[in-house]
Design a protein around this ligand. Structure first.
Ligand code: ASP
Ligand code: MG
Length: 440
């Protein structure tokens, strides 16, 4: 059995949804199909929630009507028969009625999660009506009956597995299952979600839970590219990546895959394929346990980084100094990305500055601190990159005109990261595209 996940743009237009139906019936393998909300819907629901939170009921009401109209237009083109359209319209009515009721009762965070869940509930139900109209046998699996997170918002893979297996066992002859991405239940049993972009995470968790043959992530780009296509002229898709390489790339800014969603498939060794609904036969990118190819695979950049330097002569020959510094970051739940040290100074980077003033205050006793905002981490990723001849030469040649602030090398065999001022990002990515890939 395999998992196929389709993102918002892949289901965002009626003709795209028709295409999805073709793709899921194209091969005979049993499958669980995970769908996002139609593109734009979750953003609209976020806005509706914000209006409701501010008691701007009229504004929220208008936003609801606008979204509702969009769905009415959508099903006119999605479906052919009057019977199917009527069915779809009753579904739309039910969900928008629910949103309007929410507006009338007092707002809470739990209620907001209910608002956000409507997008995926609608997309899957409408897709199901279309499949039914086309005579495509399938079962709709409610994600709220098996996707479960704990008090720390962490998915409970074992529980997900047992609940999902129980559900699947009810339909031994069925070949196509449809379910919602993103939404789940929390430890209190309330409707919750896996955070924005979380449908990839759902797909990865489901794939790990059922030990799928493959977890296919369908978007509108042909796989992961070696560099940011919005910044450099020429990029090429990367054919194979290891899980470790993919995790580094996703974390350091490659937009294609949500960074959290690598671990479940990696843990269960389920390969992930990044495929393009617009070019279904293109090879895309395969992410798997090992890759036979070495050398540089891709470059990714992550903006909004803050660098903090702590200089202290007390660090000289002292032990426990780093621990005390790290404890400050731990106390304020702020993850550190890069670290470099010398005998008398340590530099770290963070991407979440909300606790910065507390952190700086607590770092004061340790020495002089210096902060630089608007930094970018450029990460060069590739299997065994650290041992690949010439990579470092080319890298530093490419960086010769860039004021590099930090270099992180050796922490992982698959990654070299440099910190630069964000104003140099475009130049850096272009120079490295030339030096490392021979591309413009
Ligand atoms: N619909 C959700 C979002 O837009 C989840 C997803 O698309 O992955 O964030
Ligand atoms: Mg998405």
């Amino acid at each position: 059995m395999k998992v196929m996940k389709f993102g918002g743009t892949s289901v965002g237009k009626p003709e795209r949804m028709h295409e999805v139906a073709k793709l899921i019936t194209a091969d005979p393998e049993n499958k669980i199909v995970v769908l996002s909300a139609l593109s734009g819907t979750t953003n609209a629901l976020v806005e509706i929630g914000q209006s409701a939170a501010r008691f701007e009921r009229e504004n929220a009401g208008e936003l609801i009507s606008k979204l509702s109209n969009h769905y009415h237009d959508f099903v006119q083109q999605l479906l052919n028969s009057e019977k199917a359209r009527e069915h779809a319209i009753s579904i739309i009515r039910e969900h928008f009625e629910f949103l309007r009721i929410i507006l009338r009762i007092s707002f809470s965070e739990a209620l907001n999660k209910d608002i956000l869940a409507q997008g995926e509930l609608l997309s899957t139900k409408l897709f199901s009506v279309y499949l039914e109209e086309q005579g495509i046998q399938h079962v709709l699996l409610p994600a709220l009956e098996f996707m479960q997170i704990d008090e720390e918002d962490e998915p409970q893979l074992e529980l997900i597995r047992s609940k999902l297996m129980e559900l699947l066992a009810k339909y031994p002859a069925n070949k196509i299952f449809i379910t919602q991405g993103y939404i789940c239940r929390n430890a209190k049993g309330e409707v919750d979600n896996l955070k924005r972009g979380g449908s990839d995470y759902t797909a990865s968790l489901v794939a790990a839970a059922i030990h799928a043959t493959v977890c296919e992530i369908w978007t509108d780009i042909d796989g992961m590219h070696n560099n940011d296509p919005r910044i450099v002229k020429k990029t090429i898709p990367v054919e194979v990546l290891s899980f470790d390489e993919a995790a580094e790339l996703a974390y350091f800014g490659a937009k294609i895959l949500h960074p959290t969603c690598i671990w479940p498939t990696q843990q269960q060794n389920v390969p992930v394929k990044l495929l393009n609904t617009m070019a279904p036969n293109a090879p895309g990118t395969v992410i798997q346990k090992t890759t036979s190819t070495s050398g540089v695979k891709a470059i990714a950049a992550k903006d909004g980084i803050i660098a903090i330097n702590i200089k202290s002569s007390r660090m000289l020959l002292a032990y426990g100094f780093l621990r005390k510094i790290f404890e400050v970051f731990e106390k304020y739940k702020t993850p550190i990305d890069m670290v470099t040290t010398s005998e008398v100074a340590v530099s770290v980077t963070i991407d979440n500055g909300t606790q910065l003033h507390h952190i700086l205050r607590e770092l004061e006793p340790f020495g002089n601190t210096e902060v630089q905002l608007d930094q970018t981490i450029v990460s060069i990723v590739g299997n065994e990159i650290a041992e690949t001849k010439d990579v470092l030469n080319k890298l530093f040649e490419g960086l010769s005109s860039i004021p590099v602030r930090m270099v992180s090398y050796g922490g992982s065999k698959h990654n070299v990261s440099v910190l630069i001022p964000s104003s140099y990002k475009i130049l850096t990515l272009q120079k490295l595209n030339q030096k490392l890939f021979g591309l413009e």
